[in-house]
Design a protein around this ligand. Structure first.
Ligand code: MN
Length: 240
């Protein structure tokens, strides 16, 4: 058993080095994995499955090849690509996961999240998230003319361009109480999430029991992969 977890690649045409490193990863270490989990913000922006995008085609072709080779691929929405829909999943052979999702690894219950919903101290963001992610707003967003969605995307990009790529300092960290609440209510010993761009393995204690919170890294100066097998959890970075 060897499962791979990644998140926050923020794939975009402006960073071909990241796409290249990801495609290489699919052809090498993912090839004989038992499963690949992508926990959100896979793409820097996603305007809808109907948006013609050569980068998305290239990536979905490569994912489909891997899934046809027998490696299941699970994809969770992030806060930047939550409009990824059924069509992209079908084209790429991915299964869409709810946020949160519970899986079992080495006989233990593990909670998977993107992580943005743990950052409850950013009240303004949480308000926007509630609005954007409710079924009615999602329906409206998905059915806006592509031109309008492009305009919204450009606006978001202009606003984020001033600070280039998102650094950990730009992102509110998780709320510790919310982490404990989620882990306790889902009765898990491990939580794996991304979003905060603060890769680390945090040992914790909940109700006298040792547990852990694993934060995946964002792909920027280096790439990050969490490998899980019978020997445990290894968070690795590599040069792009
Ligand atoms: Mn995120």
């Amino acid at each position: 058993m060897r499962c791979l977890f990644i998140s926050d690649l923020h794939l975009e045409t402006g960073r071909p080095d990241i796409t290249r490193a990801f495609l290489h990863c699919l052809e090498t270490r993912a090839r004989d994995a038992e499963a690949l989990y992508i926990l959100g913000d896979f793409f820097e922006v996603w305007l809808g499955d109907d948006n013609p995008d050569p980068l998305a085609d290239q990536v979905s072709d490569a994912l489909l090849q891997l899934s046809r080779a027998g490696v299941p691929i699970y994809l969770m929405h992030g806060n930047r690509d939550f409009l990824i829909g059924r069509d992209f999943c079908r084209r790429s052979g991915c299964t869409l996961l709810n946020d949160p999702t519970i899986i079992e690894l080495n006989g233990e219950r593990v909670l998977l999240m993107h992580g943005d919903s743990l950052c409850i101290d950013d009240t303004e963001y949480m308000r926007m998230r509630r609005w954007l992610r409710n079924p009615l707003s999602l329906f409206i967003l998905r059915h806006l003319p592509l031109k309008t969605r492009h305009r919204i995307g450009r606006k978001l990009r202009n606003e984020s361009q001033t600070r280039t790529r998102y650094k950990a300092l730009d992102i509110t960290d998780v709320n510790d109480g919310e982490v404990v609440r989620m882990m306790r209510s889902h009765r898990v010993t491990t939580l794996i999430h991304g979003h905060t761009h603060r890769p680390a393995i945090h040992p914790l204690e909940i109700d006298g029991q040792p547990v852990q919170r694993i934060v995946l890294g964002d792909w920027d100066e280096s790439g990050w992969v969490l490998e899980v097998d019978e020997d445990g959890y290894r968070l690795e970075s590599f040069a792009l």
